[in-house]
Design a protein around this ligand. Structure first.
Ligand code: GLY
Length: 383
């Protein structure tokens, strides 16, 4: 892009971890000026609801039907996390709870053993470090795991961060920056001659998660959805999730432990237990029966939590694309960029997304990997 000034002004629409990380990269590392718009409280959507797992091996290696390079993107972002966490903590003056202890994946039945063996196969072919564990070995590493375990994996790529502290640290740094302005409410986008613009800005980044498609643009006095300027944005769907946390009583796991769709994440004196995946659902209030079922599944994996009091329960919405990979890059409308649709990997993918989108916005050379995540890619659109 060509900018009218040497210090471009970028509007970021959406102040979740993706929008905040993009603003951080642009304003703190690349010297751009950023206006962050959100219609809700910044950082309190999917980024707040998440558990904070950084799990390329378990999440990306296991899924069929996904973008063929999602695993590479996840690994690239996992490699950026240590420096991202260190830089952010130093600037914010507060730790973000980045923990390098490898996660464990446990199998409580033969079906899960088969799944873990498939993940191990994918990791071996990609040359990714992992350890196949028998029942005794996994219990030795994490005594909180049920004695009914059949075996499992230790995943040195799969770490964790305190996602809520990360979001708070990003907000602390960005609010103190002279390069960043926060605007509460929608951005007044307008369209003339097929181009979208926002007064006073050189480019716009749509980063509002599952709500990206409903951002509005004014044309000839009428409001239209942003999807009219890139139809792919209409393919970002919502996948509700419910979860809870319990007090980290004696018998709580010390590291991330997962089995099937259930995961337990130690976080700030509690253990987060997640999560349901409920396509096409925006759940405002967690449902008691669902939360209790999830708690029981967590207890099946770590029986010592049977009497741990429930601390909190909540629901969130994951923004998912048909190939489960995010849209990152310039849309088909010049000057309008997108970083949204990160599905189950928003926290993990924040640092790499921030770098790719900053390169795209500022006209820096793009790597091959980056180019494969634009809205122009081929994917099976939903009906
Ligand atoms: N990243 C885990 C989840 O979305 O539940």
């Amino acid at each position: 892009m060509t900018f009218v000034s040497s210090r471009p002004r970028i509007a970021v629409l959406g102040a979740g971890i993706i929008g905040l990380s993009a603003a951080y990269e642009l304003a703190m590392r690349r010297g751009a000026r950023v206006t962050l718009h959100d219609v809700r409280a910044p950082g309190r959507g999917a980024s707040w609801a998440a558990a904070g797992m950084l799990a390329p091996a378990f999440e990306a290696a296991a899924e069929p039907g996904v973008h063929p390079q999602l695993f590479d993107l996840c690994l690239a972002s996992a490699a950026l996390w240590p420096a991202f966490a260190q830089d952010l903590s130093a600037r914010a003056g507060e730790p973000v709870g980045f923990d390098r202890t490898p996660s464990l994946a446990a199998a409580l039945d033969a079906r899960e053993m088969a799944r873990l063996s498939q993940i191990a196969g994918t990791l071996s072919s990609a040359g990714i470090d992992h350890l196949v564990l028998g029942a005794d070995a996994i219990c030795e590493l994490e005594p909180a795991i049920s004695r009914a375990v059949l075996g499992g994996l230790e995943l040195p790529t799969d770490l964790r961060v305190h996602n809520r502290r990360t979001v708070s640290a990003l907000l602390t740094v960005l609010r103190a920056s002279a390069n960043v302005d926060f605007v509460s409410g929608p951005a007044l986008l307008k369209s003339e001659a097929g181009r979208v613009s926002l007064d006073g800005h050189d480019a716009m980044l749509a980063a509002a998660g599952w709500e990206t498609s409903i951002i509005k643009v004014k044309e000839r006095g009428e409001l239209y959805s942003l999807t009219n300027w890139d139809a792919a944005l209409d393919d970002i769907d919502c996948h509700g999730g419910q979860m809870l946390s319990v007090a980290a009583t004696a018998g709580a796991p010390q590291r991330v432990v997962r089995s099937g769709h259930v995961y337990l994440v130690p976080r700030g004196g509690q253990v987060v237990i997640g999560a349901t995946v409920e396509p096409d659902r925006v759940i405002e209030v967690p449902e008691a029966g669902v939360i209790e079922a999830l708690r029981r599944e967590g207890v099946r994996l770590c029986p010592g939590l049977a009497n741990a009091p429930v601390a909190e329960s909540w629901a969130g919405v994951r923004p998912g694309t048909p190939d489960q990979a995010p849209f990152i890059g310039e849309t088909v409308t010049p000057g309008l960029f997108v970083a949204a649709g990160h599905y189950r990997n928003g926290i993990l993918l924040a640092p790499v997304t921030a770098q790719i989108i900053a390169d795209a916005l500022l006209g820096a050379p793009q790597g091959e990997l980056a180019a494969t995540f634009t809205t122009r890619r081929a994917y099976g659109a939903t009906a």
